[in-house]
Each structure stands twice: as C-alpha cells, then as structure tokens.
Design a protein around this ligand. Structure first.
Ligand code: AMP
Length: 253
C-alpha cells in the first residue's frame, strides 16, 4: 500500500472506491474500507483533519492524530492507497462557495447545533471528490445526516462527478454497545457508562422515552428526535423513520 500527499499521485486511481476520513482510525472506519473492497475496485482512503468543519470553540487542535498507525490499519484490511493531503493542497484559494443541499440546512439538527459544520464538510468532500475522482464512495450511517447531505450533494452535482455512487455503511459498536468514534478516547470510565445512554435511547420508539433515558444517564441533550429517514423532517404516516441523538458529556459531544 502506498501513502501519498500530492494529488498528481492519484492519477492511476481514478474510478476507485473512496473512503474519506479524518484519521484516528478504528474498527468503524475499517468496516467502511471492507465495504469499499467489496466493489472490487482499488480502494483509496483519505486522511485529512479538516479545519473548515470545526467551529473556533471545537476540538481541532486536540483532535487525535495517528497517521503511521492509521496507515498500518488501512493496509491490514486491504486499502490500496492512503491519500493524506496538506491544508494547502485542499484549499489552494478561498474555499468554494458551495450550494448546500436541503439535508444540510432544513432539519434543524446538526445544522442548527453546528451552523458552519456542513459547509466545511461539503467543501472538503467536494474538493476530495475532484482530486480523487472516485466511482464509489462509502460513508458511515453513524453520521446519518452527513450521509444524507453527501448523497444529496452528489445528486446536485451530478455533472461534476458523473456516475458517482454512495454506499451507507452500518454503525460499528464496541462490545458494550457504544458506537466507535475517534472522540471516545476523551471519555473517562464513568463517562463511558453514561454514554451508553445514547445506544439505549436510539432504540426507543418515542421522543419522550429517549429524553428520559438520556436524562437518567446525565447526558446533556442537544437533540433526540424521530424523523423521516429521507428528508429528516417530521415523520409522515407509513414512511420509515430514524432516531437521531446528539448529546454532551462535559465538553465531549
Ligand atoms: P470521521 O473520521 O469521524 O470523519 O469518520 C469518517 C467516516 O467513518 C464517516 O463516514 C463516519 O460516518 C464513519 N464512521 C465513523 N465511526 C463509525 C462507526 N462506528 N461505524 C460506522 N462508520 C463510522
């Protein structure tokens, strides 16, 4: 497996299966790489901690970074190339003024709690798609709103990345039920058991029950809702739904 930083070195990987990440790889990310492998296309993994998607008060400086180990992990599950661009490569000029899809502006979920977040995500992902030119990309359903935002971005920009397909990969959890996340390293043992309230809450069928569980676990709720799984707006009779939760434990979101 190769590790490259310059976009010129991506030329032979056009049409690959592409897994964008911010590094600090864990089994959740590796499952995305395994999904990408199933396409039988060369697999490219990007590692880029994207400053544009962090608000000034967020954890950009503290965000865990472990490039060497990430490359070993990626290789262990069959990635063919790791692309680790610099900020200068990603943003040579002013970031693109991208038109945000509805899922990034209407649902009043992440978009309301982190008003600049999806603009930063979309600008980085668009730039990565331009540089890598994949034919398939894999995103985790753990960040369900993000998955829908990127799905809509691809539909909206269908001429720019023609025939690009998106795969949504299932959430990978630790044995105790907590979804794997690079930020879990910030949790103390006590906070970790509190965080399990998230897993219990998303299996509820009413928002009231979700809020009660989250409160019992001492989680400070940002949102705990059940929404239409395509629009992320209020559920409509007979259409599939998703439970979505964001909560804080101290400063850890
Ligand atoms: P990140 O490095 O946190 O930006 O995540 C990169 C990709 O991995 C995103 O598509 C995430 O949704 C996905 N991901 C992160 N954690 C998990 C998990 N536990 N299960 C499945 N996908 C995940």
């Amino acid at each position: 497996m190769e590790v490259v930083v310059r976009p010129e070195e991506l030329a032979t990987f056009r049409g690959c299966a592409f897994v964008p990440t911010m590094g600090a790889l864990h089994d959740g990310h590796l499952s995305l790489i395994r999904e990408a492998k199933k396409t039988d296309k060369p697999v490219v993994v990007s590692i880029f901690v994207n400053p544009e998607q962090f608000a000034p008060e967020e954890d950009l400086d503290k965000y865990p970074r472990s490039l060497e180990q990430d490359c070993e992990f990626a290789e262990s599950v069959g990635a063919d190339l790791v692309f680790a661009p610099t900020v200068e490569t990603m943003y040579p000029a002013e970031p693109e003024n991208i038109h945000l899809p509805e899922a990034a502006t209407h649902p009043q979920l992440e978009d309301a709690c982190r008003p600049t977040h999806f603009r930063g995500v979309c600008v980085a992902v668009a730039r990565l798609f331009d540089l890598v030119q994949p034919s398939v990309t894999v995103f985790g359903l753990k960040d369900y709103q993000q998955y829908l935002v990127i799905k809509q971005l691809i539909e909206q920009e269908s001429k720019r990345w023609s025939d690009l397909q998106i795969i949504g990969a299932d959430i990978i959890r630790d044995d105790d039920g907590l979804a794997m996340s690079s930020r879990n390293v910030y949790l103390t043992t006590d906070q970790r058991s509190q965080a399990l309230g998230l897993h219990k809450a998303i299996r509820c069928t009413s928002e009231e029950a979700m809020l009660e569980i989250l409160d019992d676990h001492g989680l400070e709720v940002e949102y705990a809702v059940i929404r239409d799984c395509e629009t992320l707006l209020s559920p409509t009779e007979g259409k599939p739904t998703r439970a979505l939760v964001a909560a804080l434990l101290g400063h850890i979101r």
